[in-house]
Design a protein around this ligand. Sequence first.
Ligand code: PLP
Length: 380
Amino acid sequence: MDAMHLQDLNTPAALVDTARMQRNIARMQQRMGSLGVAFRPHVKTTKCVAIAQAQITAGARGITVSTLKEAEQFFAAGIKDILYAVGMSPPKLKQAAALIAQGCALKIIADSAASAAAIVAYARQHGVPFEVWIEIDTDGHRSGVQPQGDELITIGQLLHQGGPATLGGVMTHAGSSYDLNTPEALQAMAEQERSLCVLAAERLRAAGLRCPVVSVGSTPTALSAQQLQGVTEVRAGVYVFFDLVMANVGVCSLEDVALSVLTTVIGHQSDKGWAIVDAGWMAMSRDRGTQKQTRDYGYGQLCDANGQRIEGYTLTGANQEHGIVSRSGEADQNIAQHFPVGTQLRVLPNHACATGAQFPEYHAVNGQEVGATWPRFYGW
Ligand SMILES: Cc1ncc(COP(=O)(O)O)c(C=O)c1O
């Protein structure tokens, strides 16, 4: 069979540059190896079995998921060691218990005494050996208990009563690292994430509670940490693709971004300097994550079909299925000659997790040659 090329694809389409992706995977795995910790990638970025398998082949141990649907799908594909890293709500315990009954080494998290008590009660009633990690708030950006607070110990004691549920460790995610953009600030945030999560583990241990796992991570902190003493594993997700937000944070270059949206020029408004393409917000997502960063890329950075960046041109507007390409600064009155109708272009996304989620599948590409089609899944 002849090889497929980009011209054979219906647009918009989600492309994964496999060489860049493999480089990103290797970079993170090597870093974790040199810092002496295990690596548990967050697979919510891709929701794709083929990519998770590439991460495991490179040395990842276990995965992190953000929905029980992901846990079910990855478990069905043979991955057993799974952390469900969103606070457990009682109605979901039955779904989690079903996975454990089938042999999944699922870990769940709790960040309140109420949630821990509900888990313990369900575990006793149904004989389910839930392994629970306590979520720690190390940067005030989202959920978690305070590492210095009393509730941490209360939750630990609830989980340590000898029931089938057990305390497995502590975990944290310093998501506020996304707001930073200097190496010094990122290193300081990585150290804050590490030291406060280790402190929580030490306080539990001092209270006589077992706490084997100390799990930390986000892409910016994982790539900035100078040492990870006391940490047993790191989690990161978006690093596998990177995106424009991460480029603005300063942990990758645009040449590392492995996900792009292939689009076709469908018309022009030459007097305004616009080319109209068939990738609107339905393809790119509504995520405008670079809007409040140092460089605003609109709905994405324009590249040619080979993936070479076209400096100064971005997707400045997006309707549902129409995108507007224009040049920053002076309008390009010759845009119809530069990008004739039918031209294929690629757009790098602001936020890879959000853009990937618009598509049912990825096309693995090497230059303009299209290799495998990798399905990704949806839903809860
Ligand atoms: C709990 C948790 N761990 C890890 C990650 C991975 O972070 P990143 O995508 O920055 O690598 C996330 C991302 O939201 C998360 O919520």
